[in-house]
Design a protein around this ligand. Structure first.
Ligand code: SF4
Length: 413
C-alpha cells in the first residue's frame, strides 16, 4: 500500500447493527443479462437468463423468511432489460420493502421511469465509472462522466420523490478522482442523496490457491479473475486519506467490519451536512446510533434509504446535536453567518465498500452482516460470489500458495 500512512481506529465509530437475520438491504437478481461489460463486474453476462415472476416471488419468499429487510436492491445483470421490471418493482413493494433499482441507466427512459414510480420504486442506484466501455463515453474519465451522472440525477428530480444514488468501482488509477466526485456531489447535494465507492477486488492468484474440497481450481475463466494489473488491495482507510487531502475534516461515523478482521472497514458510512456551496460538517457515531436504533424501535427494521425530502431536512437533524458532538460543531459552523439560515441544509451519505479480502493465511474476510446477500437454491449466499455457487455449488476455499508442498514437507518430518 504505497504512500499510505494512516489506519482509522474502528473503536471510534459506531458498529452498524446489520446482520444476517436483520438488515437494511437484501439483493435480488431478476436477470444476469447486461448491456455493458464493466471491468469490475462479478456476474457473467448471460443472454437468456431472465427469471420468471414466479421464480422471483419464490426468491423474495426466501429472503423474507430469513431476514427483516428495509430495502431490496433489484440488480443483475441489468434489471431494466427484464421485460417485466415494473411488475418486479411492484412485487417488492407489495412485500413491504423499498424497491431500489441498481442500474447502469442505459435503458432508462422518462416513460419507463414514470411507470416504475407508479409501480412503487423508492430509489435508483446508478453504476457509472470510467471502466464500463459505455457507448458514447468510452474515453471519458471520472470527472467527465459527471455530465452523465447529472443527466440521471436531473431525470429523477424532475420525476420527483425518488432517492438518487451513484456507485463507482474505484481502481488504482481512479482513486485520485474521488475528491472531485465528492465536490460534484456537494454541488448537487439537493438532488444527489448517496455516493458509493466500491474498491476494486478480483481473484488474487499471487497469494492463494483456490480449492473445491481437495481439488485445486483454475480460476482463469471466472469473471472476477484478475486479468488486469490493477491493485486489488486498496482499503477504505486509504481512500479516506485521499479524500482528506481535499476535505480534511471528512469523518466517517459508522462501519461494518470484516468477518475475519475486526478492525477493517467493509462498509464505511459517512453522513455529511451542507448546502450546495459547502459542507459544514459530519454526523457523529452517536447520531447514527440513534437514527438506526430509533428507526428499528419504531418500524422493526434498520434504516436504509430515505425519501429525498428527508435529506433536505438537515436543519431538523441538528437537534441530534444535543447529544452528538460532531453535529453540534456542524451546527455552530452553519449559523456563524446568520443569513445562511435561509439556505436549505442537506444530508448526503457517502459509503465506501471494501469487498472480499483474501488474507495471506488463506482466510477470506467478507462483510460481516452482508447487506447484499441474495438467494440461490433456496439459501442465502453472497451476491459478490454467485459465480462460485453457479459453477461449483459452494464458495471456494482458499489456501496459501503451495500449501500442498508445505503439507508434503510436514509429512516428511
Ligand atoms: S460480502 Fe460481498 S455481497 Fe456481501 S456486502 Fe460485501 S461485497 Fe456485497
Amino acid at each position: 500500500m504505497e504512500g499510505f500512512m494512516n489506519r482509522l481506529n474502528h473503536l471510534e465509530y459506531y458498529r452498524l447493527p446489520w446482520n444476517l437475520a436483520d438488515n437494511i438491504i437484501s439483493w435480488l437478481e431478476p436477470t444476469a443479462k447486461c448491456n455493458l461489460s464493466c471491468l469490475g463486474c462479478y456476474r457473467k453476462n448471460e443472454v437468456n437468463s431472465h427469471k420468471t415472476l414466479h421464480e422471483i416471488k419464490e426468491e423474495l419468499n426466501v429472503l423474507m423468511h430469513y431476514r427483516k429487510t428495509d430495502s431490496v436492491s433489484i440488480a443483475g445483470g441489468e434489471p431494466l432489460l427484464h421485460p417485466q421490471i415494473t411488475e418486479i418493482v411492484k412485487m417488492v413493494a407489495d412485500f413491504g420493502c423499498k424497491p431500489i433499482v441498481n442500474t447502469n441507466g442505459i435503458a432508462l427512459t422518462k416513460e419507463l421511469l414514470h411507470d416504475l414510480k407508479k409501480a412503487g420504486v423508492f430509489g435508483f442506484t446508478f453504476h457509472i465509472d470510467s471502466k464500463q466501455n459505455r457507448p458514447g463515453w468510452k474515453d471519458a474519465d471520472e470527472v467527465e462522466l459527471n455530465e452523465l451522472r447529472y443527466k440521471f440525477a436531473r431525470m429523477l428530480a424532475d420525476e420527483g420523490g425518488i432517492s438518487c444514488s451513484f456507485n463507482a468501482t474505484i481502481y488504482e488509477d481512479t482513486l485520485k478522482d474521488v475528491p472531485d466526485l465528492l465536490k460534484w456531489a456537494n454541488k448537487h447535494i439537493d438532488i444527489v442523496n448517496v455516493m458509493v465507492f466500491i474498491l476494486y477486488r478480483a481473484v488474487n492468484n499471487d497469494i492463494v490457491d483456490y480449492y473445491l474440497g481437495p481439488k485445486k481450481i483454475d480460476m482463469s475463466t471466472l469473471v472476477y479473475n484478475e486479468d488486469v494489473p490493477d491493485r486489488t488491495d486498496i482499503i477504505a482507510d486509504e481512500l479516506v486519506e485521499v479524500i482528506r487531502k481535499t476535505y480534511p475534516d471528512f469523518n466517517p461515523c459508522a462501519y461494518l467490519n470484516g468477518s475475519e478482521q475486526a478492525d477493517s472497514f467493509k462498509w464505511l458510512l459517512t453522513g455529511r451536512v451542507g448546502t450546495k456551496d459547502r459542507i459544514f460538517g459530519y454526523m457523529g457515531s452517536k447520531a447514527m446510533e440513534i437514527v438506526q436504533g430509533a428507526h428499528h424501535l419504531y418500524t422493526g427494521k434498520y434504516l436504509s434509504y430515505t425519501r429525498p425530502k428527508m435529506n433536505g431536512k438537515g436543519r431538523s437533524m441538528m437537534l441530534l446535536g444535543l447529544i452528538d458532538k460532531k453535529l453540534r460543531r456542524t451546527f455552530f459552523r452553519y449559523i456563524k453567518n446568520p443569513f445562511r439560515i435561509f439556505k436549505k441544509l442537506y444530508l448526503q451519505t457517502v459509503m465506501i465498500i471494501q469487498p472480499v479480502d483474501t488474507l495471506e493465511d488463506g482466510r477470506q474476510s467478507m462483510c460481516d452482516g452482508c447487506p447484499d446477500i441474495t438467494v440461490w437454491n433456496g439459501k442465502l449466499v453472497y451476491s459478490c460470489r454467485m459465480e462460485e455457487q453457479l459453477r461449483y455449488g459452494h464458495n471456494l476455499k482458499t489456501y496459501p500458495k503451495d500449501i500442498a508442498k508445505q503439507l508434503e514437507l510436514l509429512e516428511d518430518k
